[in-house]
Ligand binder design. Structure first.
Ligand SMILES: Nc1ncnc2c1ncn2[C@@H]1O[C@H](COP(=O)(O)OP(=O)(O)OP(=O)(O)O)[C@@H](O)[C@H]1O
Ligand SMILES: O=C(O)C1=C[C@@H](O)[C@@H](O)[C@H](O)C1
Ligand SMILES: [Mg+2]
Length: 210
């Protein structure tokens, strides 16, 4: 007898639509020290993707450290070079890209990332971020007499822009792999919601920003 169960299921199953975001590179954005590089490297391993870091690529291409580049050429030239590097790194879909903290703030790089990547904001609280940036003295924007005040200013200026990422994942104290697992869950929920738009939103806290 003919099996009609497939047809029956087809009639009731939620409608699945192709989700273009599934084929995009994943880009991590957020403030200095929140974990874009160290979480991104582990996320790439977990998803079997290649990993790139825009700061590292700029350093490789220019033969200078990020701090040296800022000193020799200024921030405006850095942002322009960063945009070119990000554009190059977004050509391969099977990647995770850790961006520099200011990349998503620079309008041309912001547009590029929103158009071509699945953009994930790692959102950290102030004290966690301050503790993490204090481990290394490599960030030129914090080479000021009062780095805490500078970081508060950066947070106030930048958070409204980071919040335009496709997905927001809160980051707290704890092991890197906990953040990796949260990011993976958030990506799955985002893609599932995009494929079947009638589904309710996933857990609060893993916000999808459109
Ligand atoms: N989830 C985490 N748990 C514990 N430590 C973390 C976590 N994420 C990052 N760190 C630590 O915080 C420090 C900064 O992390 P990382 O360099 O990945 O930040 P970043 O966002 O790439 O910063 P930048 O924008 O300056 O490149 C590192 O010492 C890293 O090991
Ligand atoms: O937040 C920023 O503007 C920056 C963050 C770093 O990743 C570097 O890209 C550079 O230090 C600038
Ligand atoms: Mg980094």
């Amino acid at each position: 007898m003919a099996d009609t169960s497939t047809e029956d299921k087809g009639a009731t199953a939620p409608k699945l639509m192709p989700c273009p975001f599934a084929d995009r590179p994943i880009a991590l954005v957020g403030l200095m020290g929140v974990g874009k590089t160290t979480v991104g490297r582990r996320l790439a391993r977990a998803l079997d993707r290649d990993f790139f870091d825009s700061d590292e690529e700029i350093e490789r291409a220019s033969g200078r450290t990020v701090a040296g580049y800022f000193r020799d050429h200024g921030e405006a030239a850095f942002r322009d070079g960063e945009r070119r590097v990000v554009e190059r790194l977004l050509t391969d879909a099977a990647t995770v890209l850790a961006t520099g903290g200011g990349a998503f703030i620079h309008p041309p790089t912001h547009e590029l990332l929103k158009e071509r990547a699945l953009v994930i904001w790692l959102k950290g609280d102030f004290e966690t971020i301050m503790e993490r940036v204090s481990r290394k003295d490599t960030r030129p924007l914090l080479h000021v007499p009062d780095p805490r005040t500078r970081m508060r200013e950066l947070m106030d200026e930048r958070e409204p822009i980071y919040s335009q990422a496709h997905i927001t994942v809160p980051v707290a104290k704890g092991p890197h792999m906990r953040t990796v697992a949260r990011v993976e869950r958030a990506i799955r929920a985002f893609l599932a919601a995009r494929s079947s738009p009638d589904k309710p939103s996933p857990r609060p806290g893993l916000r999808q920003n459109g």
